[in-house]
Design a protein around this ligand. Structure first.
Ligand code: PEP
Length: 255
């Protein structure tokens, strides 16, 4: 983690929690992280809970993000949500290209390039996810897979805009499996991501936040955050419980 990149801790609630559960989480969580400085915190609840989360976190210094969105301003896209609808709510971040969206909802790189563009145009911080499967890792194809995703998904981004993008490296084999990449393995791929971005975007790559995601919990957060290129984490399961997520947010700043 470099000083010019402020750490970001984001919770992806996936399809968990109703509106009352969202309000109850915020009531328990916010006092636990009150006064914590030097890091950004974002909750990404299900779409129907965004308004509840925004109301509950107002003035608390905690951002609220969506888990996905469409790229179009409006249109005949049943079930989808447009950037301007999220902007009107007051959302600050949007997760794009999560492996579950890619796997179960056929989200592809062409759509993601348009979504990243639309997110920047709407003033959101896109949290662009990338990562390899276990088979790809074992076949030595991690860099080819992740590099290819980044090239395609950032196709419509200019170097000047790059620092507004956050990248989340999430090895698919570590998501929801309890199997975390070791801090060194995570650092290795995150460093590769930064090199790849530097090749294409130049010095702007040094200002991009790159997160790690995959079975992050209170027990491993400190070891991850000491890694020089890891600027934060995207947390699934462990972000659902207030005490656990608060401990992650309160990771120990390396000396
Ligand atoms: C995620 O959903 O982005 C994630 C990393 O999940 P988990 O922390 O549960 O592995």
């Amino acid at each position: 983690m470099a000083p010019e990149r402020r750490p970001l801790i984001a919770g992806n609630w996936k399809m968990y929690k109703t509106r009352p559960e969202t309000a109850a989480f915020c009531a328990a969580f916010l006092p636990l992280v009150a006064g914590v400085e030097g890091r950004d915190v974002v909750l990404c609840p299900p779409a129907v809970c965004l308004e509840t989360a925004l109301a509950a976190t107002r003035g608390a210094g905690v951002g609220v993000g969506a888990q996905t969105m469409h790229f179009a301003a409006e249109g005949a896209y049943t079930g989808e949500i447009a950037p301007r609808m999220l902007a009107e709510l007051g959302v600050s971040h949007v997760i794009l290209g999560h492996s579950e969206r890619r796997q179960y909802f056929a989200e592809n790189d062409a759509d993601l390039a348009r979504k990243v563009r639309a997110a920047l145009d709407a003033g959101f911080t896109p949290i662009l996810c990338c990562g390899e499967t276990l088979e790809e890792r074992e076949a030595g194809r991690t860099e080819a897979k992740v590099g290819g995703q980044l090239d395609a998904d950032l196709a419509e981004v200019d170097p000047a805009e790059l620092p507004a993008v956050t990248v989340a490296y999430e090895p698919i084999w570590a998501i929801g499996t309890g199997r975390t990449a070791t801090p060194e393995t995570a650092q290795e791929t995150v460093a590769f991501i930064r090199r790849r971005l530097r090749e294409r975007f130049g010095a702007a790559a040094d200002r991009v936040r790159i997160l790690y995601g995959g079975s992050v919990k209170a027990a491993n957060i400190d070891a991850l955050m000491v890694q020089p290129d890891i600027d934060g984490v995207l947390v699934g399961g462990a972000s659902l419980e207030a005490q656990e997520f608060a401990r992650i947010v309160r990771f120990v700043e390396p000396a």
